[in-house]
Design a protein around this ligand. Structure first.
Ligand SMILES: [Zn+2]
Length: 119
């Protein structure tokens, strides 16, 4: 997967994906990497862990550590703010899917705004 594509667009998809799963259950890094790989995103620990950390710093995730098989594992879960952020992106996502995948721009479209000269 192109690094440029990842940086430009997929980063947001991946963060949303993480947030979505974290609203459903506790997630942890390795499991999330496998889940993302299943969706075709090759996200390594050098990308994922800073992402998780930033989402936590933003208040969207909260974490706790557990010892599993002698190793400390950090679990993440979405906060109330995280769930609200996910909800807020849903409407945007729906509109984006409509426009980009179904080629149905919402009215008024950018084109018609331009014609009216009221950008
Ligand atoms: Zn998934």
């Amino acid at each position: 997967m192109s690094e440029l594509l990842t940086r430009m667009f997929f980063g947001g998809f991946v963060r949303l994906h993480i947030l979505y799963h974290a609203t459903k259950e506790d997630i942890f890094g390795v499991e999330m990497m496998e889940e993302l790989a299943r969706h075709g995103y090759e996200v390594g620990p050098g990308t994922l862990y800073p992402m998780l950390q930033k989402l936590e710093e933003a208040g969207y995730l909260t974490s706790h550590a557990e010892v599993v098989g002698g190793k400390t594992r950090k679990y993440y879960r979405a906060t109330r703010e995280g769930a609200a952020a996910l909800e807020a992106t849903r409407a945007k996502l729906r509109e984006l899917v409509k426009e980009v995948l179904e080629d149905r721009p919402p009215r008024p479209s950018i084109e018609s705004n331009r014609r009216k000269g009221s950008s």
